[in-house]
Design a protein around this ligand. Structure first.
Ligand SMILES: Cc1ncc(COP(=O)(O)O)c(C=O)c1O
Length: 374
C-alpha cells in the first residue's frame, strides 16, 4: 500500500492522482495560479537565463534578478517598504522568532498551531506554554501573569480554516507589560483582506504590522508563504526597511541557506504580478468559498462561518468520513479525509479547499455527490 499519492499533473480544479483524473478539492492552490501558463513560461525563461539557482547564499552572490523581483513584487503587493524572500514558508517562523524573541521571557503558543510554529517556539530557547485554541481569554489569563511575552499562532488554521480572533488577542495582550504577537498567515495571504494581505488587513491592523521593534504595548508581526494562494513558492516576510534588515540578520538563514531556486522565484514574481493586476481572482475565490459553504449548509452540515479558501468538517466519525472519501473518489472527486495533522481532532476531518478557478458547476457537483453519500 503506498504511503503517499502520486500527483501526476499540476494542482488545479482537476488533477491526475495515481493515474486517475479527479475533480480536485485538496491542497492549497487557492488562486489557481500554480499551473497558470504565463507563470510557467516565466519560470522556463528564467531557468534558461539564470540556471537552476545561484548556488550560493543570499549574503554572497545568491540574489539573481528573479529573486530580487519577488521581493519587489511582494513589497508592492503588501504595500510595504520591503520584503524578505527565502526558501520555505515552513522556516518563516524560525526566521521570525530569531528576530522577535528579544527580551521575551516566555513564549505562548496556540495549542493547535502548525508544526512549524511550535518548532519555532522551541527554537527560542525560552519556556514555552500553550493557550487554548483561538481563546483570547485563556491567552489573557496566561500572559497577564508574565513579563514580556511572545505569542505565536496560525492566522488561519491550515486544515480548519478558522481564523485567529486577532482583535481580541490584541486587546488581551494590551494588558501585558509588553507583548509581541506573531501570526503565520500561510493560508490568509492572497485570500483575506481588501488587498489580499491577509488576516491583519481584514482586521484593520495592517499598517501596524512588521514595522519595527520599538512599538509600545503590543507589537504585531506576520510571516507566510508564496506556496499556497499566491501561486509561487518560498517564505515571505513583508515589512519596513528596519524590520526586514532585522529579519535578514537575526538568524543565519540569509547567510547559511541557498537562495530560492530560479524557477520558483521567477514563478513567484510572475504570480504576484498577476495577483496585483487581477483582484478579480480573489473575489472569485471568495464567491466560490461562499457558494461551497452555502451548498454544504443546505445539506444540513454545520459549516463554519467565513470566507477562507480552506475549511474542515467532522462528519460523524472516522469510519464515516473514510466511507465518504472513498465514495467521492469512486465518483471521480478527490476530497481529502485527513486523519492526522497539526490541530485536528482525533477522529480526523474532511478538508475542503476551493480554488478561484473551480467552476460553479464543479462546486455544485461536489455538493450533490457529497449529499448523496451522507
Ligand atoms: C500554517 C502553515 N505554515 C507554514 C507552512 C509551510 O509553508 P511552505 O509549504 O511554504 O513551506 C504550512 C504548510 O502547510 C502551513 O500550513
Amino acid at each position: 500500500m503506498p504511503v503517499f499519492s502520486l500527483m501526476q499533473s499540476p494542482p488545479g480544479p482537476e488533477a491526475i492522482i495515481d493515474g486517475v483524473r479527479y475533480l480536485y478539492f485538496g491542497g492549497t492552490s487557492y488562486l489557481g495560479l500554480a499551473a497558470h501558463p504565463v507563470v510557467i513560461e516565466a519560470a522556463c525563461t528564467a531557468l534558461r537565463q539564470f540556471g537552476i539557482h545561484t548556488a550560493t547564499s543570499r549574503a554572497r552572490f545568491g540574489t539573481n534578478p528573479p529573486v530580487l523581483e519577488v521581493e519587489q513584487r511582494a513589497a508592492q503587493f503588501f504595500g510595504t517598504e520591503e520584503a524578505f524572500y527565502f526558501g520555505s514558508g515552513y522556516s518563516a517562523n524560525h526566521v521570525m522568532v530569531a528576530a522577535l524573541a528579544g527580551e521575551s521571557g516566555l513564549v505562548l503558543v496556540d495549542e493547535a498551531a502548525h508544526y512549524c510554529v511550535r518548532e519555532a517556539a522551541r527554537l527560542t530557547g525560552r519556556p514555552v506554554l500553550t493557550f487554548h485554541h483561538r481563546d483570547a481569554s485563556d491567552l489573557c489569563r496566561q500572559a497577564s501573569r508574565q513579563g514580556r511575552v511572545l505569542v505565536l499562532a496560525d492566522a488561519v488554521g491550515p486544515t480548519s480554516g478558522l481564523v485567529a480572533p486577532v482583535q481580541e488577542y490584541v486587546q488581551a495582550l494590551a494588558r501585558c507589560e509588553q507583548a509581541t504577537l506573531l501570526l503565520d498567515d500561510a493560508h490568509g495571504f492572497g485570500v483575506l483582506g481588501e488587498q489580499g494581505r491577509g488576516l491583519f488587513e481584514e482586521a484593520g491592523l495592517w499598517p501596524r504590522v512588521n514595522t519595527g521593534l520599538t512599538e509600545e504595548g503590543v507589537s504585531l508581526h506576520v510571516c507566510g508563504t508564496l506556496a499556497k494562494a499566491l501561486g509561487g513558492f518560498g517564505g515571505i516576510i513583508p515589512g519596513t526597511h528596519e524590520f526586514i534588515a532585522r529579519a535578514r540578520t537575526s538568524s543565519n538563514y540569509f547567510d547559511g541557506a541557498s537562495a530560492p531556486a530560479t524557477a520558483e522565484a521567477a514563478a513567484s514574481a510572475k504570480a504576484l504580478e498577476i495577483v496585483i493586476r487581477e483582484p478579480a481572482l480573489r473575489h472569485q475565490l471568495r464567491e466560490n468559498s461562499l457558494r461551497l459553504r452555502a451548498g454544504l449548509r443546505e445539506l444540513g452540515l454545520a459549516v463554519p462561518v467565513g470566507a477562507t479558501a480552506n475549511f474542515a468538517l467532522v462528519i460523524k466519525d472516522a469510519g464515516n468520513m473514510r466511507r465518504i472519501h472513498e465514495g467521492l473518489k469512486a465518483r471521480g472527486i478527490m476530497l481529502p479525509y485527513v486523519s492526522a495533522y497539526a490541530g485536528i481532532p482525533p477522529e480526523g476531518v474532511m478538508r475542503f479547499a476551493v480554488f478561484a478557478n473551480h467552476s460553479t458547476a464543479q462546486i455544485d457537483h461536489l455538493v450533490a455527490q457529497l449529499g448523496s453519500l451522507l
